[in-house]
Ligand binder design. Structure first.
Ligand SMILES: CC(C)(COP(=O)(O)OP(=O)(O)OC[C@H]1O[C@@H](n2cnc3c(N)ncnc32)[C@H](O)[C@@H]1OP(=O)(O)O)[C@@H](O)C(=O)NCCC(=O)NCCS
Length: 162
């Protein structure tokens, strides 16, 4: 875990206290990467949406002054699967293992809930994210997704031990 960053479970209460900052980080990353990050803007409604297991699984990383450095929104899907809906590290906080720390924390929460795999969809133009996921052991997975997207999966037990 990088110095001066704290992982916090993204409960409804925590979300309420950090919502404008989360939307601002998401907007910053969309401005940076465009559609290779996401075609959709996430505002309050998207962050607040209720999904199975979401408030137990999602995480936030806060810096030394409690500023939002990174977030990961996940939920439980059929097939004992942890699904990553939205995940970003603020540009100023990258390269310090924060992304890795959030994925590992999610995997550990998934193992505790008997979820066997972590899945997500990344845009094929998002080379940084694809390199990141592959370095953690994610592999291409079959599944219906638009041609410019790649579905990736990894075993939660393996990620939890990284
Ligand atoms: C992808 C992302 C989450 C990585 O976060 P990060 O905190 O910088 O990554 P980490 O420091 O934890 O990196 C862990 C490992 O991933 C790999 N990695 C990280 N960034 C990489 C990059 N740009 N290219 C290739 N590999 C990379 C490295 O192997 C790294 O290990 P190392 O530092 O020992 O070499 C971050 O770049 C990001 O937020 N991108 C924009 C949002 C986004 O694309 N989200 C995913 C949507 S599907």
């Amino acid at each position: 875990m990088p110095e001066a960053a704290t992982l916090v479970q993204l409960t409804r209460e925590v979300l309420a206290g950090h919502l404008p900052a989360l939307v601002a980080v998401d907007d910053e990353v969309r401005a940076e990467l465009g559609a290779s990050y996401s075609r959709e803007r996430w505002g309050g409604e998207e962050f607040e949406k209720d999904l199975p297991g979401k408030w137990d699984l999602s995480v936030l990383a806060l810096g030394g002054s409690s500023e939002v450095c990174a977030f990961l929104v996940a939920s439980e899907k059929p097939g004992a699967t942890l699904y990553v809906h939205r995940f970003a590290v603020k540009p100023a906080c990258r390269g310090r293992a924060l992304g890795f720390t959030l994925i590992r924390a999610l995997a550990q929460a998934g193992v505790a809930r008997n979820l066997v795999r972590m899945a997500l969809v990344a845009n094929r133009g998002n080379s940084a994210a694809l390199g990141f996921y592959r370095s953690l052991g994610f592999e291409d997975a079959p599944g219906l997704s638009p041609p410019d997207n790649q579905r990736l999966e990894a075993a939660t037990r393996r990620l939890a031990r990284l």
